[in-house]
Write a protein that binds this ligand. Structure first.
Ligand code: HEM
Length: 422
C-alpha cells in the first residue's frame, strides 16, 4: 500500500488497476505525476514465481528519459520485464538481450541489427506489401468481423516469421504459442499463487514448444544456410564464439513477442483512434503520404503499445533530484510519460500533426531503444495505405476488448466495418 494519502487508492501492482478503463488509468497516472517524486509500490512475493521487492514508478517524461539514457546506473539486468522473473527461469530459457547490459548486450545487438538496417528493410518492403494486399483481399472476400483477427494479427507475425524463415504452414502454431506466452503478462504478480503457477506452467510449455521448433530450424540452417535471420545468427561468429542454442532461443522469443504483439496492437489502436477522431482521419486521407509519418508517431505516443519496462539501480544516486539507492527497482511507464503535459501540450488529444513529438513509445534514448522501430513504422505505413486506399470507409465499431496486462497495451478483438468496393 502506498503511504501518501493523496494517492493511497492507486495500486499499480493490482490486477484491478489494469482492468479499469484506460481513461481512468491515465487520470491516475496524472495524479502520480503531480506527486513529483517517484512513488514506491510494494510487490507481494510469490514462491517460485516472483521475488516481490517492489518498485518506484517513473511516470514523468523527464524521469523516463533520464533513466533510459544512463544505462550504467539504471541496469536492465537481471531483468527489464515485470514482474522480474525468478533466476531459475533465466537459467532454463536463457537471457534475451533486452535483459542484458553492455558489453554483452551490445555484442548481441551488433549481430542482429544487420537484419534491421535500411538496406535489409528495403529488401523486405515488397514482401510486406504482398502480405498486406493478401490480407485486404481476404477481408474483402470474408466481410468484416474482427479487425485484430483478420488484419492486425496477420501482418506482423507473417513479417517476422518470413524474416526468420519460419514456413507459412506452421505460423498459426507459432502465433498460438505467442498468445499463451503473453497471457496476463505483467499482472501475474497480482494473481493468487495457484493461478499464477498455473499460468506460468502454460507460459513455460508454450516457450519450450517454440524453443524446440527454433532449435530444429537452427540445425537445418547450420547445415543449409539461406538468407534469413536464423541462418545469419546460427552462423555468426561473435568475438570468436558462436551463440549458444539457449542464446538463440531467447533471442527468438524476444523477436517473436517484441515484433508481433506491439505492431498488431498499434494497428488496432490506430484504426480506433482514427475512427474516434474523424477530423484527424480526414486530414490523413487528404494527404496520406505527407501525413502518415506523423500519424504513426502519434498512434504510438497515444496508445503506447508497450506500457512499461523495468530497471535496477546499480549505485546510490539522484534521479532529477530524487534519491535512489543501489538495488532499488524502477519501472519506466512509457504510457504515463507519453501523456505528460510538461512535454505534450493537451496530451489527451490525438493530433497527427503534433510537432515535435518526442514520445518514448519505442523506449527512451539509450542502448535499448527499440531495434524494430523502423520495421514497425514500415508495416504500419504499408498496412494503413493498403486499407485506406482500397476501403476508404473502413472504421471500427463498438468497443475493443482489451488484454488484461500491465505490459502490453493489447487489444484482443475489435469489431469493424467497411463498404465493399464496387
Ligand atoms: C509499434 C511497435 C513497437 C513498439 C511500441 C515497441 C516498443 C519497444 C520498447 C518500448 C522497447 C524498449 C525496451 C527497453 O527499454 O528495455 C523495445 C525494444 C525492442 N524492440 Fe520494439 N517495439 C515495437 C516493434 C518492434 C518490432 C517490429 C521488433 C522486431 C521485429 C522489435 C524488436 C525489439 C527488440 C529486439 C528490442 C530490444 C532492444 C534491445 O534490448 O537492445 N520491436 N521495443
Amino acid at each position: 500500500m502506498v503511504q501518501n494519502p493523496a494517492i493511497a487508492d492507486i495500486d499499480l501492482v493490482s490486477m484491478d488497476f489494469w482492468d479499469r478503463p484506460e481513461k481512468e488509468r491515465l487520470a491516475d497516472f496524472a495524479r502520480l505525476r503531480e506527486v513529483g517524486a517517484p512513488v514506491f509500490f510494494p510487490e507481494p512475493r510469490i514462491p517460485f514465481v516472483r521475488r516481490g521487492q517492489g518498485f518506484y514508478a517513473l511516470v514523468r517524461h523527464a524521469d523516463v528519459v533520464a533513466a533510459s539514457r544512463d544505462a550504467k546506473t539504471f541496469s536492465s539486468e537481471p531483468a527489464a520485464t515485470s514482474p522480474e522473473p525468478p533466476a531459475w527461469l533465466s537459467m532454463l530459457l536463457g537471457t534475451p538481450m533486452v535483459n542484458m547490459d553492455d558489453p554483452r548486450h551490445a555484442r548481441l545487438r551488433r549481430i542482429v541489427s544487420r537484419a534491421f538496417s535500411p538496406k535489409m528493410l528495403s529488401k523486405i518492403e515488397s514482401d510486406i506489401q504482398a502480405t498486406a494486399t493478401r490480407i485486404v483481399d481476404d477481408v474483402i472476400a470474408e466481410g468484416p468481423r474482427d479487425f485484430v483477427e483478420q488484419v492486425a494479427a496477420r501482418l506482423p507475425i507473417n513479417v517476422i516469421c518470413s524474416m526468420m524463415g519460419i514456413p507459412e504452414r506452421i505460423r498459426p502454431y507459432v502465433l498460438k504459442r505467442i498468445d499463451v506466452m503473453t497471457e496476463y503478462s505483467g499482472v501475474r504478480g497480482a494473481l493468487t499463487s495457484r493461478r499464477a503457477l498455473r499460468l506460468l506452467g502454460g507460459n513455460l510449455r508454450a516457450i519450450m514448444d517454440l524453443h524446440r521448433l527454433l532449435a530444429r530450424l537452427a540445425r537445418e540452417r547450420r547445415e543449409r544456410p539461406t538468407d534469413d535471420l536464423v541462418s545469419a545468427l546460427v552462423n555468426a561468429n561473435v568475438d570468436g564464439e558462436r551463440l549458444t542454442t539457449r542464446e538463440l532461443g531467447s533471442f527468438f522469443d524476444l523477436l517473436l513477442v517484441a515484433g508481433n504483439e506491439t505492431t498488431r496492437n498499434a494497428l488496432a489502436h490506430g484504426l480506433r483512434l482514427l475512427t474516434e477522431n474523424p477530423a484527424q482521419r480526414e486530414l490523413l486521407l487528404e494527404d496520406f503520404e505527407g501525413r502518415i509519418g506523423g500519424a504513426i508517431e502519434e498512434i504510438v505516443r497515444y496508445s503506447s503499445p508497450i506500457i512499461q519496462f523495468r530497471r535496477t539501480v546499480t549505485r546510490d544516486c539522484e534521479l532529477n533530484g530524487h534519491p535512489l539507492r543501489a538495488g532499488d527497482k524502477v519501472v519506466l511507464f512509457y504510457l504515463a510519460a507519453n501523456h505528460d503535459p510538461e512535454v505534450f501540450p493537451d496530451p489527451e488529444s490525438f493530433d497527427i500533426t503534433r510537432k515535435p513529438n518526442p514520445h518514448v513509445g519505442f523506449g527512451g534514448p539509450g542502448p535499448h531503444l527499440c531495434l524494430g522501430a523502423n520495421l514497425a513504422r514500415m508495416e504500419l505505413r504499408i498496412m494503413f495505405r493498403e486499407l485506406f486506399s482500397r476501403l476508404p470507409e473502413l472504421r471500427t465499431v463498438g468497443e475493443p476488448v482489451p488484454l488484461l496486462s500491465s505490459f502490453d497495451n493489447g487489444v484482443k478483438s475489435q469489431p469493424f466495418t467497411f463498404s465493399r468496393p464496387s
